[in-house]
Design a protein around this ligand. Sequence first.
Ligand SMILES: Cc1cc2nc3c(=O)[nH]c(=O)nc-3n(C[C@H](O)[C@H](O)[C@H](O)COP(=O)(O)O)c2cc1C
Length: 380
Amino acid sequence: MKRIIHCFLLLAAMFFVCCSSEDETKAETPVPAPTPASENTTGKTLVVYYSYTGNCRTIVNTLTSQLTADVVEIQPADKTQRYEANGYAIGTQLLNAIKANPGSASSYPAIDPVSTSLDDYDNIIIVTPLWWSQMAAIMQTYLFQNADAMSGKHVAMIVSSSSSGISGVVADAKRLLPDVEWMGDALHIRDANRSQASSLIADWLSGLDLQRASAQVMNITIGGKTVKATLADNSSAQALYEALQHGPITYDAHDYGDFEKVGDLGQSFPRNDEPITTRPGDIILYQGSSLCIYYDTNSWNFTRIGRIEGMTQDEIKDFVRAGEGNVSITLSLGNATAIHQVSSNAAALKAEGYISIGGMRVASPSRGIFIKDGKKMLIL
Ligand SMILES: Cc1cc2nc3c(=O)[nH]c(=O)nc-3n(C[C@H](O)[C@H](O)[C@H](O)COP(=O)(O)O)c2cc1C
């Protein structure tokens, strides 16, 4: 009899361990790997720009204050060139070489390698200066090298000139990118309308056929610091977005499993559970009412809510204050003031100067919110 009772107790203990471990072992349960395809159509926008004297950089600053986008700056390999010297002789020389043989890679001036993969983006906005009524030679190199990768993408262009018309630049873009889908006419910003650049860009953006440009963004605030997160394209993220339209949601969160900061939102949202292996920066809805911000990897069946892009794992850990126990997290809508940037040129970001709220380095900012030496400042 004693043996039977022991067996019963053992079975009961095993049953209890099995049942109660569901919440505790979500890290260990094997699930199929997620299909990466769903991540390939995020409606993300990449801004690619070149700027010799700073006008296009300023345009990109304005653009990224109105649009969620990653940014890549194209840099010439030879940074000693002065394209305007001797009556713009070098600029002319570079353009003539391209004109003489536009199909040959050796006709184009060398640029620094760009590590950002175009595969990650649906929309690409080119911001380029005009040189002698053509596209600046440095930008032509990038487009020549990436024409295949841009094939089928949705592309738009902003051209900056002193005064000349941009039809030659548009023709260059069409020659270099024969297989892209143009989202609308190019925007021309010249010295005479430069002071209205912000409203010109806003009008232009509203008329662009940006693919899923409505990809919604929410702010996450922890310990006084706010970053932007792009919301996923599902009914769960949409429901959260709609809830946030009524006001911010603040909840307490704690570390779990050394891979996430999780907390109860105090309300339930629709579930779109699927097998997901998380990456740092992923925002996940667990059991319909808990929000997890991941700073490491975990595999489970749960709902994708969104993602914090452009931050390293350490930066995300630092942001969520991983390991520090309870933190208060506020989700909200509106303009975030996070640096949120992908750059081909990390050195440019580290250089001295101001960083815009879009994450751009600005030599001499005119107006707006900038970060200098780690401090946020408003320049009027
Ligand atoms: C080599 C070179 C050629 C240029 N040619 C013209 C031109 O033909 N017409 C014009 O209006 N501006 C011309 N510009 C001026 C630039 O298009 C204009 O300043 C633009 O805003 C520069 O952008 P950035 O400051 O981003 O380099 C030229 C500039 C350079 C460096």
